[in-house]
Design a protein around this ligand. Structure first.
Ligand SMILES: NC(=O)c1ccc[n+]([C@@H]2O[C@H](COP(=O)([O-])OP(=O)(O)OC[C@H]3O[C@@H](n4cnc5c(N)ncnc54)[C@H](O)[C@@H]3O)[C@@H](O)[C@H]2O)c1
Ligand SMILES: [Zn+2]
Ligand SMILES: [Zn+2]
Length: 340
């Protein structure tokens, strides 16, 4: 099969790799499409230290069941997305239904030892296969993973219909937070985003889009009052400062963006103002499954999130253009069926 191999930082190539075989309890998916995630880009450039040369990346994916190992009862051809977290199942985090923070977790597309989704085929435990309705245009199944990230972030912020929500950053994760907040009933949602195309996309998703330099007044004007919860989907010192400045004392600020490994922040914005700063990482298995079910009914809502599709042969150039900041695309899907 073909696989997109990270030969070195800033160097990807399409190579021939052995086809994976489904062992007991496993499934082989024939991949239809895999999304390029910001974390793949930072892995490509070597910035985040979370990807290694020689590995295959890819965790936002969708395909069809091609073969199953002993003990698996799943019809061949079933369209399915992938819950990419593999946790130990035995630690306190797992017992508390938080596999995403299990100290022994591995993640498909991150762990170099695991089969990953920028390849024609992916082998994985059957428990991580999440079937999708046949009526959903199959590519859109690759959006379930980032949409689950946004849903979890909104839930970490305890978003309710009564909230006024500010999302800082209108990239794919910020867009997913907007849709996650909407699923929790919020109707007053503002996004701060410098890029006009991304602002337009966020407006189409039902949010008020403002430029960061218009904060905090523009968000409060749009929402009919200051935000009661802010979600930082960028994750640098300046965006956390924006989230603090836009929200009144006592509010919740969720940090889902991972733009910098260290940030300096106002201690008094937390202590004397009693803001709660809440971390958010991935999603639980239940949130992932709920998001897959929701995407199955919301093709029209999520379709605009995909701004470009490329065949596998064009994936190295797409990574390079995105990493150099030369592409204006928001979410690019790599399609495996196009030049197979
Ligand atoms: N915690 C998690 O589970 C998780 C999962 C996936 C991604 N992430 C992280 O989330 C972050 C966002 O991911 P993405 O794919 O949307 O990335 P992205 O880079 O495509 O989007 C970031 C957006 O922020 C905007 N931006 C930059 N400076 C800004 C500012 N000062 N104010 C407002 N907006 C600003 C950019 O224009 C861009 O549109 C990344 O750091 C990524 O690593 C976290
Ligand atoms: Zn991702
Ligand atoms: Zn565990």
């Amino acid at each position: 099969m073909r696989a997109l191999v990270l030969d070195d930082f800033w160097a990807l190539s399409v190579q021939d790799r052995p086809d994976p075989v489904a062992g007991p309890g496993e499934v082989v998916l024939r991949i239809a499409a895999t999304g390029i995630c910001g974390s793949d880009l930072h892995g490509f450039t070597g910035e985040n230290g979370r990807r290694r040369p020689g590995q295959v990346m890819g965790h936002e994916t969708v395909g069809r069941v091609e073969s199953v190992g002993p003990g698996v009862d799943l019809p061949l051809g079933t369209p399915a997305t992938v819950y990419p977290v593999l946790a130990c199942g035995a630690c306190p985090a797992c017992a508390a239904d938080r596999p995403q923070v299990c100290p022994h977790r591995t993640v498909i597309g991150v762990d170099p030892a695991r089969s990953a989704a920028f390849a024609d085929r992916l082998v994985l435990p059957a428990a991580n296969v999440v079937p999708l309705p046949a009526s959903l245009p199959i590519d859109l199944g690759a959006l379930v993973e980032p949409l689950a990230v946004g849903y979890h972030a909104a839930r970490r912020g305890d978003v309710t219909p009564d909230d006024r929500v500010l999302v800082v950053g209108g990239g794919p994760i910020g867009q997913a937070v907007v849709l996650g907040a909407r699923r929790l009933g919020a109707t007053r949602i503002a996004v701060s985003e410098p890029d006009p195309d991304r602002r337009a996309l966020c407006t189409a998703l039902g949010a008020y889009a403002v430029a960061p330099d218009e904060l905090p007044a523009a968000a409060a004007d749009a929402l009919g009052g200051p935000p009661t919860v802010a979600v930082d989907a960028v994750g640098v010192a300046g965006t956390l400062a924006d989230a603090f400045a836009a929200t009144p004392p006592g509010s919740r600020v969720v940090l889902v963006g991972m733009g910098a490994p260290r940030v300096e922040l106002s201690a008094y914005a937390l202590s004397t103002d009693e803001r709660a700063l809440i971390g958010s990482f991935c999603y639980t298995a239940a949130e992932f499954a709920e998001t897959a079910a929701w995407v199955g009914t919301a093709a029209d809502v999520v379709a605009p999130l995909v701004t470009e599709r490329v065949p596998l042969s064009a994936a190295p150039d797409a990574f390079t253009a995105l990493a150099r900041g030369e592409s204006t695309a928001s979410k690019i899907l790599v399609r495996f069926e196009e030049d197979a």
